[in-house]
Design a protein around this ligand. Structure first.
Ligand SMILES: Nc1ncnc2c1ncn2[C@@H]1O[C@H](COP(=O)(O)OP(=O)(O)OP(=O)(O)O)[C@@H](O)[C@H]1O
Length: 338
């Protein structure tokens, strides 16, 4: 699905390469964490996969395509098969939840009928049914990231790239997002996630690729975040640590390595069904369509709290291009389907 062969990336004006002779292969359906200290090359790696940038040397194949052979004009088509989620959400502030997600489909020319069906389905999957008419500032941080994820997957991409998707969220909210990413992966999407979140990497026991100064120093199936000196352990607030301590059994169950297809069904991201085998279950775990108590914190976050968050809601410029959805001569005008 993703193949790097001896890939080196050296930015103009820099001495040391950001990536140095990196070779890796990610197979279809894998969930891979990319970890490493700040500046180790994680984002560079994701940018190359998305063909936002090109390697100085080496070959990259993604979804069967040699990226060096894709013309700039065809890059937007290539990117339609790669969903992206970022730390800062990048939602359109002046569009509703529905329209933020629909935008992805509108710019690639999907019919109104298709959009009217696909968007509600996707919002339900990410746990946002009933919030379609809200604007980003009326949502909690976790909900905003769910919108961003819905936007990334509404076109059913083969690959989902996530660059620090929980970086702006508290631990309980991050857990919900991790469950969602795991559900998306269980449905067949290959997920590559760059992160500093040691806790989730340790708990999920997925494949871990560790970068240090642009070099792969570890590629471990079922690995943890690692204790190497190259990685500073992320600091949790006392409140965050408390949340994690009190819910650890549930977290471990919810994010255990064995994929559980039931997570994929509507609203299921809020149903840690495996938790029923673990003691103690959260108070609401048996209630099928309710959010477990340990996730309610996300729901209760007010928009006033959000005003203080570092969330970036972009207005428009470069948005479609960044998502690989920019207008293309071959396909005429793009715009809202009204
Ligand atoms: N556009 C650029 N021009 C020059 N140097 C760059 C550019 N982008 C990244 N770099 C350098 O490349 C190296 C790798 O950066 P990269 O952003 O990939 O690291 P990272 O592991 O994602 O870091 P972080 O965890 O802080 O996001 C760093 O030394 C960085 O300064």
């Amino acid at each position: 699905m993703i193949l790097f062969e001896n890939v080196t990336k050296k930015y103009r004006g820099t001495q040391k390469p950001a990536l140095d002779a990196v070779s890796l292969q990610v197979d279809r359906g894998e969930f891979v964490f990319i970890v490493g200290a700040s500046g180790s090359g994680k984002s560079s790696c994701l940018r190359l996969i998305l063909r936002e940038d090109q390697p100085t040397s080496g070959q990259i194949h993604v979804a069967g395509q040699d990226l060096s052979k894709i013309s700039s004009r065809k890059v937007p088509y290539f990117r339609r098969g790669v969903g992206t989620v970022f730390q800062d959400f990048r939602l359109l502030a002046n569009k509703t939840v529905f329209d933020n997600v629909a935008f992805t489909l509108q710019v690639i020319g999907k019919s109104r009928g298709f959009i009217q069906e696909a968007v509600p389905d996707t919002l339900e999957m990410v746990g946002l049914a009933g919030k379609a008419k809200r604007y980003p500032h009326e949502l909690s941080g976790g909900e905003q990231q769910r919108v961003a994820i819905a936007r990334a997957i509404v076109n059913k991409p083969a690959i989902l790239l996530a660059d620090e998707p929980t970086g702006n969220l508290d631990p309980a909210t991050s857990l919900g997002i991790m469950q969602l990413l795991k559900a998306i992966n269980a449905s067949g999407t290959t997920v590559v996630m760059a992160t500093h979140e040691a806790t989730f990497v340790d708990i999920m026991q997925q494949r871990v690729i560790e970068l240090s100064q642009g070099v792969i120093v570890r590629d471990e199936v079922g690995g943890g975040y690692g204790q190497t000196a190259s990685i500073p352990v992320a600091e949790l607030s006392e409140q965050g640590a408390q949340v994690l301590r009190t819910t650890e059994a549930v977290v471990r169950s919810a994010l255990s390595p064995e994929p559980d297809a039931s997570y994929v069904s509507a609203g299921s991201v809020s149903q840690p069904t495996q938790a029923e085998n673990v003691s103690p279950p959260p108070p609401d775990a048996e209630s099928e369509n309710r959010i477990p108590a340990f996730l309610e914190q996300e729901e209760q976050q007010t928009s006033a709290e959000q005003e203080e968050s570092p969330v970036q809601i972009v207005e428009s410029g470069g948005f479609a291009e960044r998502l690989g959805l920019s207008e293309d001569e071959d396909h005429g005008n793009v715009g809202p389907v009204r």
